[in-house]
Design a protein around this ligand. Structure first.
Ligand code: ADP
Ligand code: MG
Length: 249
């Protein structure tokens, strides 16, 4: 085959919250395609729609206009059950605030989506330990979220997004709570996943981190305003700053 089906396609995707005077256009007619092997970074000022883009891409929210396709399936046309399956099997999601379940250990948190999918507990635990090892935190397997630092919880959340060979990894500022060395290590893992054939979309405000991506897209006021190829961190910084000064308001 000479072409591959995109892992993720946003086709004129919009999201409006509220009505009338209170209407907020969180995302406006955004087109974005992510192929297998691609690592895309999303940058933009606070409130520009970055998290909204990710939640729509992961099927956690529905667009008010346009279509979201994951591996060719239009999420809006799936039954609730099928949508839940796609979210568990195809999409790994790293939330900005981790969303770990406090009553479960790190390994149990990571195993959960696999067990919900009918994978036997022993297999799921083996996969969870492998995901923890990939992120370099095997020693946290039996620890509860409340007994971990923010950075440790963040890495557990990333391991949870990687388990089971998800083809699409969506990460909202996954390095926010990490020191720079740990952050780079996590980015290397995401990069390796993409090199192995996954697609990833990562929100970040650090140019240095976006430099790991193949492509950087910039959001401003809900619009996709620019796209770059792979740039150096310095070039990105200039690009990001240029956009941040782009008038309006
Ligand atoms: P970012 O992640 O880039 O900071 P968001 O995607 O969180 O931006 O938000 C984009 C815009 O949509 C912001 O103006 C935000 O206030 C608004 N917004 C997001 N979620 C909601 C919601 N549930 N209800 C109303 N407005 C929302
Ligand atoms: Mg956000």
């Amino acid at each position: 085959m000479t072409t591959t089906e995109p892992i993720l396609q946003l086709d004129q995707v919009s999201r409006v919250h509220g009505q009338g005077a209170a209407e907020v256009h969180a995302l406006r007619a955004v087109d974005l395609t992510v192929h297998a092997g691609e690592f895309v970074a999303v940058m933009g000022p606070s409130g520009s729609g970055k998290s909204t883009l990710l939640t729509l891409a992961g099927g956690l929210d529905r667009p008010t206009g346009g279509r979201v396709l994951v591996q060719g399936s239009s999420l809006g046309e799936l039954s609730r059950k099928r949508l839940a399956q796609v979210r568990r099997r195809a999409v790994g999601y790293v939330f900005q605030d981790y969303n770990l379940i406090p009553a479960l250990t790190a390994a149990e948190n990571i195993m959960l989506p696999r067990e919900l999918d009918g994978v036997p507990a022993r297999t799921a635990r083996r996969e969870a330990l492998a995901a923890l090892a990939e992120i370099g935190i095997e020693e946290l397997a039996d620890r509860f979220p409340d007994d971990m630092s923010g950075g440790q919880q963040q890495r557990v959340a990333i391991a949870r997004a990687l388990i089971g060979g998800r083809n699409l990894v969506l990460a909202d500022e996954p390095t926010g709570a990490l020191d720079s060395g740990t952050g780079e290590a996590v980015l290397a893992v995401l990069r390796a996943r993409c090199d192995a054939g996954a697609g990833a979309v990562m929100v970040t405000h650090e140019a240095r981190h976006a430099a790991w991506a193949d492509r950087v897209v910039f959001l401003r006021d809900g619009r996709l305003v620019d796209e770059t190829g792979r740039l150096s961190a310095d070039e990105l910084l200039v690009a990001a700053t240029g956009n941040a000064q782009g008038g309006e308001e």
